[in-house]
Design a protein around this ligand. Structure first.
Ligand code: NOJ
Length: 559
């Protein structure tokens, strides 16, 4: 596989609204990010992806953009953005923005003009259909609930398509004029010195046309958009064109939010010369998800987690470089999800960090993950911000769930879990803001916060630093970045283990994913213990005895 500059890097996602507030308005901002660049650099981060900071009504927290070429005043100014790029580059770091081009905001100028003249140039930027006798063009359900069709303001008989929120009208990628506008915008950013993008919801840009109904999968008579996506062919034509016209000439780094890809398409996505540099692994993210709603989701066990991860590793092999995560701004906190309920502790969090971070691929850290930040309890639906949680709550109530149980679902799967402000210290607002935080602070900030963890050499934070140092070390880095990944003891219950093997070295990552100790066979002689998440070293003979939630990294002898 061709080696790329970013393969040995560490990437980090910032959710700007909740990272650090520099001006006391309760909302994180660009100046706040700039002031924390040294923190990120010291942690070992190289590539930073910012969730959207463009001008937006924030109906979907910035994933509804009303001006692609400016910064929302709540986050700062274009000068702040230029400064962020300058300061990051000075430190040898790279900045990615979120590229949200499946849809824009209904407050974008394009959509306003489309409403004024649906037959004109801008009307053709969207999917606008004339509706007769009240029959919508198709029965797809939007990701945030309800039909994907909304009446076009100012027109009785016209509807526009929105696969997400009604304030996020879909852009019509079949129209070359729209595509040109998008490419101009992308190049404008890259010319300003931006290093690349994360591509939002990108699979959705290709619709199966003409619009048609699919079998209903809930009592509402609607059907998941996934049914349409399974049928939609040819997204690659758009992605190839976009890549050739924008990313490739700029040598930009790109990572796709890609769901529902067909396995045979992976080389086109992230193989040599693929549309993107990398894409996220969501196999474990989507595990157990039900189309019927959160109330029907199935919990993931450590064995399921391991199997999902290994399935992806096998599928990708050396086709390309997958991006590994345990959480992002759309998911519950990884430690609350992948560690069995009640077992969250610094040890188990360090175990989870170890097993995912040393996989083949690019490791990503979502803000606060390095502290072991957890889900936040919900007392009432009134304190929920996330639009998808509010919809899922209603779906659960309609399915006969009590309010109390429906709230528990939000606490488990809701997007606010990852969006609560970063816990800088133990003070009232976790050191995030001098004002009133836009979203509630997790009360556990008294124990889980950067200041406390910095002072404790055994903290989750210091474990992340060790993992980063190991992956970047001259001695083991090459094996951890490029070495083959071979699953080990995959049949053992509550064990996650794999070898990372290069010509010169064999490393073993071995984790006991349960409270009870386990004695496990070793595939060879141990040369050196490289990392241990517990204070006591394990007993090693031909076997190894691991305490509950112990994870180790071993170098094995080659003879
Ligand atoms: C995926 C983003 O990550 C999510 O936050 C957003 O709501 C949708 N795409 C729509 O842009």
């Amino acid at each position: 596989m061709k080696r790329e500059w970013w393969h040995n890097k560490v990437a980090y996602q910032i959710y700007p609204k909740s990272f650090y507030d520099s001006n006391g308005d309760g909302i994180g901002d660009l100046k706040g990010i700039i002031s924390k660049l040294d923190y990120l650099k010291d942690l070992g981060v190289d590539i930073v992806w910012l969730s959207p900071i463009y001008v937006s009504p924030l109906a979907d927290q910035g994933y509804d953009i009303s001006d692609y070429r400016d910064i929302d005043p709540r986050f700062g100014t274009m000068d702040d953005m230029d400064e962020l790029l300058k300061e990051a580059h000075k430190r040898g770091m790279y900045i990615l923005m979120d590229l949200v081009v499946n849809h824009c905001s209904d407050e974008h100028e394009w959509f306003r003009k489309a409403c004024e003249d649906p037959e004109g140039r801008y009307g053709k930027f969207f999917y606008i259909e004339t509706v007769k006798d009240g029959k919508l063009p198709c029965n797809w359900r939007s990701y945030f609930g309800g039909p994907v069709w909304e009446r076009l303001p100012g027109h009785e008989d016209k509807y526009y398509l929105h696969v997400f929120h009604k304030k996020q009208p879909d852009l019509n990628w079949e129209n070359p004029d729209l595509r040109e506008e998008v490419y101009r915008m992308i190049n404008w950013w890259l010319d300003r010195g931006l290093d690349g993008f994360r591509l939002d919801a990108i699979i959705n840009i290709k619709k199966a046309l003409p619009f048609r109904d699919y079998p209903a999968d809930r009592d509402d008579g609607l059907t998941t958009v996934h049914n349409m996506l399974k049928e939609a062919k040819g997204v690659g034509v758009f992605l190839r064109e976009m890549s050739d016209r924008t990313f490739k000439p700029h040598r930009a780094f790109t990572v796709g939010e890609v769901f529902n890809e067909r396995p045979e398409e992976i080389p086109d996505f992230i193989g040599e010369g693929g549309y993107f540099s990398s894409m996220f692994d969501f196999a474990e993210t989507v595990f157990g998800q039900s189309e019927a709603g959160w109330q029907d989701n199935i919990d993931i066990t450590p064995d399921d987690y391991r199997n999902c991860v290994f399935e992806t590793q096998k599928k990708i092999a050396d086709i390309g470089f997958i991006s590994n995560i345990i959480e992002n701004h759309d998911e519950p906190r990884g430690v609350s999800r992948y560690i069995p309920e009640g077992d969250q502790s610094p040890e188990s969090k360090k175990l989870l960090a170890t097993v995912y971070f040393l996989l083949r691929g690019l490791p990503w850290i979502y803000q606060g993950q390095e502290l072991g930040m957890e889900n936040i309890p919900v007392a009432s639906v009134d304190e929920v911000d996330d639009i998808s949680s509010i919809d899922a709550y209603q779906v659960a109530l309609d399915a006969g769930w009590s309010e109390k149980d429906a709230l528990k679902l939000i606490g488990k799967y809701g997007r606010d879990n990852a969006r609560t402000p970063f816990q800088w210290d133990a003070s009232e607002n976790a050191g995030f803001t001098a004002g009133k935080p836009w979203l509630r602070i997790n009360p556990n900030c008294r124990e889980i916060n950067l200041e406390t963890e910095k002072a404790d050499p055994d903290s989750v934070f210091h474990h992340y630093k060790k993992l980063i140092a190991l992956r970047k070390s001259g001695e083991y880095g090459d094996t951890l970045v490029y070495g083959e990944l071979i699953p080990y003891l995959q049949e053992r219950h509550n064990v996650m283990a794999y070898l990372r093997k290069s010509k010169e070295q064999t490393l073993l990552v071995l984790a006991n994913f349960q409270r009870e100790p386990q004695t496990l066979p070793l595939p060879g002689k141990v040369k050196k213990l490289l990392l241990n998440n517990l204070p006591d070293d394990p007993q090693i003979t031909e076997e190894i005895r691991l305490a509950g939630y112990q994870a180790v990294v071993l170098e094995l002898s080659r003879e």
